[in-house]
Ligand binder design. Structure first.
Ligand code: DAH
Length: 340
């Protein structure tokens, strides 16, 4: 029996030495040391041995088991080490390869334009305020001196939510809110979204943006309005541009004007941007109507003011020569990325 055990050992050792991978090694372990392995079945046969032989054979069997277990463990360790070295070799990092660049986002052209407009007025001491997009008919029309039969009140022009609530058609209702909540001197701009029942085309969108301006103080005249807007136009379009005030009508201002700038593209000689006229209309403005000031609780004997309002899309289209307003809302990256 001892001889048999030593044969098993020699056999196993030879196989262990020759094994080239962990699967083969595991198979050897099961074959020799497992429950149904060679060594185990020899040990089972020990019952038939005499009392003197048993401890001697038992000792040899344990020795063989110990040697084999140790040999298998070592072989496993060696194979693991080889595997590790191989993995390390495959995993080596080439630190000289340039990294993958993450694409950087950019501001939307309307945001760029709005930021630019705001910055100019902020530099002149205006504060930025805001009002809600869902407004009362009172703030959007009545308090702004709009006649009861004014066409803009029509349901075909305005999105009504109920009889007294609507989506604001202009940022001018922020004037009313500001007059009612602040005491003069007032010097604010109010950017925001506006809504009108327009079918989308190259120059119309049911949602668009405006920037409102309101200044109320003692002794404010049309000269202050002209000076402020002339500085604004020069900062926005270039110091070479000139401004022109054209008489106009708005319910909430008297007198009212539309303001034109000389074409920043051709300098006034006439081109595609100014449609040959040399002038471009950029905004509406005027002296705040006494009815509006009174409705806002302002003493018109002491105070006067001016107001203006401009379309952000219109200014962006002029500045960047965009010929279709819908481009601003389609989020086509090829368009948006140009405003980096
Ligand atoms: N709210 C006017 C519009 O949507 C724009 C406007 C004109 C605003 C003159 C003003 C202003 O404050 O004085 O067409």
């Amino acid at each position: 029996m001892e001889k048999e055990l030593y044969e098993i050992k020699d056999n196993a050792m030879k196989l262990i030495e020759e094994s080239e991978n962990k699967e083969a090694l595991e198979q050897i372990r099961v074959e020799f040391l497992g429950k149904k392995g060679h060594l185990t079945s020899v040990l089972r046969g020990m019952g038939s041995l005499s009392a003197e032989e048993r401890p001697v054979v038992g000792k040899v069997a344990n020795e063989v088991r110990g040697v084999l277990e140790e040999a298998i463990r070592k072989a496993f360790d060696e194979l693991n080490e080889v595997e590790k070295q191989e993995n390390l070799k495959n995993e080596t990092l080439d630190v000289t390869i340039s990294g993958t660049k993450m694409p950087l986002g950019s501001k939307h052209p309307l945001t760029v334009t709005l930021d630019e407009i705001s910055k100019i007025f902020i530099s002149m001491g205006f504060q930025v305020t805001e009002g809600p997009e869902v407004e009362t008919v009172y703030n959007n029309f009545d308090a702004l001196n709009a006649p009861k039969n004014h066409p803009s009140r029509d349901m075909t022009d305005t999105f009504y939510i109920s009889e007294n609530i609507l989506l604001r058609t202009q940022t001018s209702p922020v004037q009313v809110r500001t007059l009612k909540s602040q005491a003069p001197p007032i010097k604010v701009i109010a950017p925001g979204r506006c809504f009108r029942c327009d079918s989308p085309d190259a120059t119309h969108s049911p949602m668009f943006h405006q920037v409102e301006g309101l200044l109320v103080d003692k002794g404010i005249t049309m000269a202050d309005l002209k000076g402020t807007l002339d500085i604004f136009a020069k900062q926005l379009f270039g110091s070479q541009v000139k401004t022109k005030f054209r008489p106009h009508y708005f319910p909430f201002t008297e007198p009212s004007a539309e303001v034109d700038v000389t074409c920043f593209k051709c300098g006034g000689s006439g081109c595609r941007v100014c449609k040959g006229s040399g002038w471009i209309e950029i905004l509406g403005a005027g002296m705040v109507h006494p009815n509006v000031l009174k409705e806002g609780g302002i003493d018109t004997e002491v105070y006067s003011g001016f107001a203006f309002g401009m379309g952000v899309e219109r200014i962006a289209m002029l500045k960047y020569e965009v010929d279709d307003i819908r481009l601003f809302y389609e989020n086509d990256m090829r368009f948006i990325e140009q405003f980096r």
